[in-house]
Design a protein around this ligand. Structure first.
Ligand SMILES: Cc1ncc(COP(=O)(O)O)c(C=O)c1O
Length: 412
């Protein structure tokens, strides 16, 4: 994470003990945000086993085979390709679908930047679609409006605990003969109705990046029931050997995590719901995700809309920095893709007003705190209340901030 650089921190106060940590008071969580991944005996054992057996030196062995098989069974996917990252997974999905120069691909105007760049990498044009104000995810009505004669595919990304309306996208895809790539990098294994995340479109992608819910430091997987997609994808990746591999060692540490994923998801959901309930009477943050029907979502980040107008006009970035000083891993969300790329690189059919709002107002809480029990949730709420109470003081304190970047930007 890039460091926060502050100037002019006012230090003198007779009530130092109640001050926000950023103004010199004591932090709500002096130990800071919990680290990730957690220390775990099953992972240590898996690493030791690799060291003893020498399997860690193999190109592709038992661990990768087991991981492919277990991911396939878990997701009810006929084909699983392991790969070197979620970003590469999205590129391979596009290549597997034969998306190329002259084609257009729809994606949300607020999305992981790598998805936009991947569309360009395969020679196609990104078409940006606004968010649904209710769900905070790609708006299917706006997607319908954005479809043109060259549109071939939709990247549907579930973000910050929210879920894209996949049945509406399916209708569109059927009507216009479009493929769907489901980006489940932030929600691996979540039960969305009848299927797990990643299995509701033609191809799904999950990430094993360093900060992700399933982590191997880096890595990813592509899931599909389409034999043609996996054949094309393998043909592209194979250059004498796999050009985008996941190693035996990475597979070894993922296997025990896959076993824990369902119970951890249940715990994260319980804590996220609890957090949102406790925050309901602090008029500063409202959750982005809506709990819908039979969905069992997960939280790589818990997304919130920040309301500066109810927080003494304190800017979103200063609010985030003040929370970080309290030991809470709360960051600004992604940048709006239309705001950081030249207009010549994408098409947009409509205004991207919700994506613009997300760019300026959203905050995301990093997931490890959700596995730290109820006292950690109370600490998050305490920190929000504390900053809310001192908002006016913070706004006028002449704090200047140069940069805040979430952990996914640099080390995913
Ligand atoms: C929605 C989304 N898609 C794709 C990725 C890329 O995954 P990776 O970091 O494994 O390349 C990320 C990473 O944060 C993400 O949040």
């Amino acid at each position: 994470m890039a460091s926060l650089i502050w100037s002019l921190i006012p230090m003198t106060s007779s009530h130092k003990d109640t001050l926000p940590a950023i103004l010199g008071g004591p932090a709500v969580r002096p130990m800071g945000a919990p680290t990730w991944p957690r220390s775990d005996g099953a992972i240590t054992a898996a690493l030791e086993q690799c060291a003893r057996s020498g399997t860690w030196g193999k190109y592709d062995g038992e661990n990768c085979q087991r991981l492919r098989q277990q991911l396939g069974e878990y997701h009810a996917a006929d084909h699983v390709a392991l790969c070197s990252s979620g970003t590469v997974g999205i590129e391979l999905a596009l290549r597997g679908l034969n998306i190329a120069a002259g084609d257009e691909v729809l994606l949300a105007g607020y999305d992981f930047k790598g998805n936009f760049l991947n569309v360009l990498t395969v020679g196609a044009t990104p078409v940006l679609v606004d968010l649904d104000p209710q769900t905070g995810q790609m708006n299917p009505q706006r997607a319908a409006h954005a479809i043109g004669p060259k549109t071939r595919a939709i990247i549907a990304t579930h973000l910050h605990g929210g879920v894209v309306d996949m049945s509406a996208l399916h209708q569109l895809a059927d009507e216009h003969r479009l493929a769907i790539i489901e980006d489940a990098c932030q929600m691996p294994g979540a039960k969305l109705g009848l299927h797990r995340a990643g299995m509701q479109g033609d191809v799904g992608v999950i990430s094993f990046g360093g900060s992700k819910l399933l982590t191997a430091g880096r890595g990813g997987a592509v899931l599909t029931n389409r034999a043609d997609v996996i054949t094309r994808l393998r043909r592209y990746s194979f250059r004498g050997n796999d050009a985008y591999p996941l190693s035996e060692l990475q597979a070894a540490v993922l296997l025990p995590q896959l076993e824990q994923l369902d119970s951890r998801r249940a715990e994260r959901r319980r804590r996220a719901d609890d957090l949102c309930k406790q925050l309901a009477d602090v008029p500063v943050l409202t959750p982005i995700h809506v709990v819908a029907g039979s969905n069992e979502t997960d939280f790589y980040k818990v997304g919130f809309r920040y309301h500066a107008e109810t927080c003494g006009g304190l800017s979103r970035d200063v609010f985030a920095a003040a929370m970080q000083a309290e030991g809470i891993a709360l960051f600004p969300g992604f940048r709006g893709l239309h705001l950081i790329h030249a207009r010549s690189r994408f098409r947009q059919a409509d205004e991207l007003s919700e994506a613009t709002r997300a760019d300026s107002d959203w905050l995301v809480l990093h997931h490890p705190v959700l596995l730290e029990g109820s006292s950690a949730i109370r600490e998050v709420v305490m920190a929000v209340r504390k900053i809310h109470v001192h908002a006016e003081h913070l706004r006028t304190a002449n704090l200047s901030i140069r940069a805040t970047v979430g952990p996914w930007e640099s080390k995913s």
